[in-house]
Write a protein that binds this ligand. Sequence first.
Ligand code: PEP
Ligand code: MG
Length: 372
Amino acid sequence: ADRLVRDVDRLMERADGLRRLEVRANADTPEDAARARRFGARGIGLCRTEHMFLGERRALVEAMILARDDAEREASLAALLPLQRRDFAGILAAMDGLPVTIRLLDPPLHEFLPDRTELAVRVASERAVGREPDARDTALLSAVTRLHEQNPMLGLRGVRLGLVVPGLVAMQVRAVAEAVVERVRAGGNPRAQIMVPLVDAVEELRLVREEVDRVLARVAEESGLAVDCPVGTMIELPRAALTAGRIARDAEFFSFGTNDLTQTTWGFSRDDVEAEFFSAYLEKGVFEASPFETIDREGVGRLVEIAVAEGRATRPDLEIGVCGEHGGDPESVHFFHAAGLDYVSCSPFRVPVARLEAGRAALREVLDSDTR
Ligand code: PEP
Ligand code: MG
């Protein structure tokens, strides 16, 4: 068994020596970050912050989104700030010395708001028995009805939420910056990056960036430490890929969100891949493989190639990665290697496979050029 372990280690070392693609992991807790590091991840390519707003913190998020006035919203943001700072400090500690890409909040809103039907039933049943419903329930129902969306995945998510809810971006960026300062003071080497989700247009990125730069500068002034935090964007909508040259003016890095990019390019909901019709459709032979698992080279892949070329034409040193599920899919890893990405980011358990495939992709390229 010891020999087998040594052989596997040697194989991984050889793959690591060959590959051009770096491998990072998608992780959003210190435990997952530490696990990813043990599997050989060289950083976090995507730290989703959504889960940090669920559980006990849900009430604060509700208060933030449904706030009746500025004071109410500011109070919930102020309560969230130290919690977020702790979240980020833990992850930065687990990945000390390696890049950690923290993505600003990107929730489909319905996952954070109380259930509209449940509230409506509660209010209606009180009225039916002649009682006045709870005032909080009626207020919530009216707010949730105002914010209701037919297609939450195409609605108030990502950068849109950050632009619409005052103070949200500033709170998250401050939490990142303060966590960086805390880690530096503790003798660490934190390398946080801030990533903006669901950008369609450079104007959105520019608006968020102004706020990010302002907060980073303020924390630097308060702490007396330079807070160096690259700001970049997800490329996960066709429009962003097609206008990548302009977007790169305001982004220090790109990360392809191939889950949303596949959904919006094909027009299939990513939440329906388990649905009966989708499995039946897979049998029809329209796709060679599910485009949500393996990169569709002709469509999504073309958008990736366009965005890489346009982005690098504007900014030759633009760092480019992928953090959708495809980042851990063996065949897709070969595609990303050929497309000239700098890294793939995948779930911690897929990191070893991604390392191997990245090595094989590099080797295959060398062998192909030798036989030509
Ligand atoms: C993506 O869309 O590919 C992505 C990584 O973001 P999320 O899955 O969180 O929407
Ligand atoms: Mg996405």
